[in-house]
Design a protein around this ligand. Sequence first.
Ligand code: NAD
Length: 492
Amino acid sequence: MTDISFSPAEVQLPSGHFLGGRLVTGAEDIAVISPGNGEVIAGLPEAGENLVDEAVRLAAKVQQESGWSTCAPRDRARVLRRWADLVDQHRVGLARLETICSTRPIAETLAWDIPFLAEGIRFFAEYCDKTGGEVAATSSDLLGMTIHEPYGVTGAIAPWNFPLVMASWKVVPALAAGNGSVLKPSEMTPFSVVRLAELACEAGLPAGLFNVVQGTGPVTGEALCRHPLIGKLSFTGSTRTGIAVMKAAAESGPKPVTLELGGKSPQLVFGDIPSVEDVADRIFRAFTGNAGQVCVTGSRLIVHRSVAGQLTEALIRRCARPRAMAPWSGKAAWSPIISATQADRILKIVSDSQAAGAESLANCARMDNGNGGVFLSPGILSVSDTDCPAWQEEIFGPVLSVRVFDEEDEAFTLAQHPVYGLAAGVHTSNMGRVMRAIRTLKAGTVWVNRYGRSSDFVIPTGGYGGSGIGKDLGRQAFEANLRLKSVLMAAG
Ligand code: NAD
């Protein structure tokens, strides 16, 4: 078998903005630290208001003048499909850039992130000529219709947890709909999207239509949100930042926003599950995938008393399995935590919860990978009070909180969170209960007898309440990048 390991020293980092089809470097004010070894791997320039302005104005000019929005939609689709093919061809380079400063082990970026990215581009390419407006029912001396038009330039702000995939969910539907786009990735994971933008130009995307500006949220992100030529914003990140983005969009527009925010998703396990071991595998994956740094992490287990002992025992056994290894080792299968600060925050929520009465069934603690990486072992807390911090707060780490229930209604009540409503999982073999759960749970997605997305891009994703507004993926994500114009024509 080929060894997929690599050394960070072998990887050339495109440390700059991407504007007009080329890398733009500058004074490197931001230190990018790899969570795999805790070392500074590069410096990053920060785009202030002037550079953001340049990037947005350039995208607007190219969107107007290049014919991208006025060409036959199939011509746009062809460029996007070529882009997806280039992503496949350059999968090793992209996977290394993704792994080097994120939490994604190389085996996973190669097997999942990059193929999923390429297929996502193809999915949105297919929409280019598959939607249109409607003809209205008017009197026959009139012709009334609606037509879809792009906004012009969209702003995209992405988080660090799946840098390429999250960014592509915002930028690709915007481009497919005929817009230009300016992306600000997380300052912690800035490199792979620059390579992605280079490949877009190689595929035939007009230079300057898709630009990347680097920097922190309060400087670069804020300037992008407030730019007057940004027609629509798409943001993925924490609920707190989402509120700031919406405020900036309101004050500088108003402009529409899509917000994919945080979660505290429940998994309900009933006494009639056919196999405790199978469900334990699902629950374990759902709270430890990417070391819990996934928006839809299933971080609250609500389990029926009849299977609670067996299930928690099976989960505790699984908590002993992960091994800490640098993400660039081909054998790595457990993700680091994005930063030492974030690891401290996770451990503080755990210790505060214990002080508030939660019992630790498996200890979330620092793991040593021998080279300075930031790793935490999976932890399980038995919680008896819904005010417990581990039950309330989005931990964004590998920690599961457990509550036991006796009656179905009690389980549904425990599942509700006062703020979040991103996803929920239901594990049962009772169809009636499944139907009641689907209708009762207040979440943007309900998974039944599974947990997590499939590779069906057609199923939209997005939250209720504090978990967001609007959808990524699906037809809805494409249409969110278009505005509707009404036309009424008279014969004379
Ligand atoms: P974050 O909110 O700290 O940052 C997200 C992005 O916003 C970054 O690029 C950051 O630089 C930028 N930003 C920060 N302040 C800003 C401001 N004032 N104006 C504009 N931009 C600003 O989130 P994070 O720590 O990068 O990501 C983790 C969070 O993202 C978690 O809460 C997670 O649940 C959420 N998330 C949600 C989804 C979803 O689909 N719902 C997917 C992935 C992550």
